[in-house]
Design a protein around this ligand. Structure first.
Ligand code: NDP
Ligand code: 13P
Length: 349
């Protein structure tokens, strides 16, 4: 069977799962989209549209939409996981017997606490032995669904799995680049959401372009410093899953994390800002997890500390900005922060 003809399943019928499934079906890949809610599945089949998460986008008639996991996963060789991080492990536990032996590709940009676990590490725990990959990059669902020219990264230790994903997903509007740095690619996708909240907040305050550029550039330095400390490849942060995803999420009002930040900057509470979104904004939980981990690891992350102080410690915004601007003035590019260091080195000491 050619790679394009292998049956593929997407788990999760939100904006990203629906977008991916539609692209795959458009490539003539036999594709099934699984969602938990039969009423929503029936509505999507009847209307040919995901009116809740992706209104206005016509679904490919070849796409099979089902709430029956056995139907969705029967014979599938590749499975894309597009379930928010808060529900990721429980969905895997529920479906594990149907997933063993399949290539499992996480698209979820979050981190589980306790344990500071990436979603692909949860996959390894819940479906032992399955080939695992991560898909991440500057991929706003709505733009991809509309056919905007886009690039993404597939990252795995398994080059054959990367190649299979490139074969099924690549199309005239989507280029799929391969990486062997699964950990760095996954960490990049999760970390940038925190800085998107900061950027949205700054936009609501009406900051200028100098400020926007300073924020994005210092965010890149900060997330790279942390990721490299944790064992990621620094070069990953110069690529699509690093600076690429950071730019799109920090500059587009389509980003849900940016929208949460914007609402916060307008003076709404965190609860209101999240509730009015109606979709997942992973950065809020990632901020909590990252603040704790950076303290434990002793990694300097002033932007993370500042946002945490505003959102979770009720410190006044202007006071935090004043503190950030008057902190010790340092070097621009810290070369020492970009020296690879495997996390395992520390464990072996
Ligand atoms: N949207 C985007 O542009 C991109 C998103 N991502 C990442 O993809 C992940 C999913 O995001 P996205 O699709 O945007 O999220 P949405 O908020 O658009 O949709 C979430 C989906 O997950 C489903 N879901 C939630 N809990 C469960 C559960 N326990 N069992 C089964 N299904 C569940 C929801 O179902 P229900 O409606 O029944 O609640 C819904 O279909 C996130 O980690 C995000 O960061 C990655 C790249 C781009
Ligand atoms: O990950 C994304 C773009 O690459 C989507 O970001 P949001 O979850 O903030 O919408």
């Amino acid at each position: 069977m050619s790679d394009l003809k292998v049956p593929v399943t997407v788990l999760g019928g939100g904006s990203f799962g629906t977008t991916l499934a539609n692209l795959l079906a458009g490539n003539d890949v036999p594709t099934r989209l699984w969602l938990r809610d039969e009423e929503q599945a029936a509505s999507m089949r009847a209307k040919g549209e995901n009116a809740r998460y992706l209104p206005g986008v016509r679904l490919d008639p070849r796409l099979v939409i089902t709430s029956d996991a056995e139907v969705a996963l029967k014979d599938a060789q590749l499975v894309f996981l597009a379930i928010p991080s808060g529900a990721f492990r429980s969905v895997l536990q529920q479906l594990a017997p149907l997933l063993s032996g399949k290539g499992l590709i996480s698209t979820t940009k979050g981190i589980e606490q306790p344990g500071f676990l990436m979603m692909s590490q949860i996959v390894e725990q819940e479906v032992p032995g399955a080939p695992v990959a991560v898909l991440s990059g500057p991929n706003l669902a709505r733009e991809m669904a509309a056919g905007a020219l886009t690039a993404t990264v597939i990252a795995s230790d398994d080059p054959q799995l990367n190649a299979r994903v490139q074969a099924v997903l690549g199309c005239p509007s989507l280029r799929v680049y391969a990486s062997a740095d699964r950990y760095g690619v996954e960490l990049g996708g999760a970390l940038k959401n925190v800085y998107a909240i900061i950027s949205g907040m700054a936009a609501a305050m009406g900051v200028g372009e100098n400020t926007r550029s300073m924020l994005i550039t210092r965010a890149l330095a900060e997330m790279t410093r942390f990721a490299v400390h944790m064992g990621a490849n620094p070069m990953t942060f110069l690529g699509l899953a690093g600076v690429g995803d950071l730019i799109v999420t920090c500059t587009s009002s389509m980003s849900r994390n940016y929208q949460v930040g914007y609402a916060l900057g307008q003076g709404h509470s965190l609860e209101e800002s999240v509730a009015r979104l109606g979709q997942v904004a992973e950065g809020v939980n990632t901020l909590r997890v990252l603040r704790q981990k950076s303290e434990e690891e002793g990694v300097y992350m002033p932007l993370v500390a500042g946002l945490h102080a505003i959102i979770f410690e009720q410190q006044p915004l202007q006071e935090v900005i004043g503190r950030l601007m008057s902190a010790e003035q340092k070097h621009d590019v810290e070369f020492s922060a970009f020296m690879p260091r495997r996390a395992t080195d520390k464990e072996q000491q």
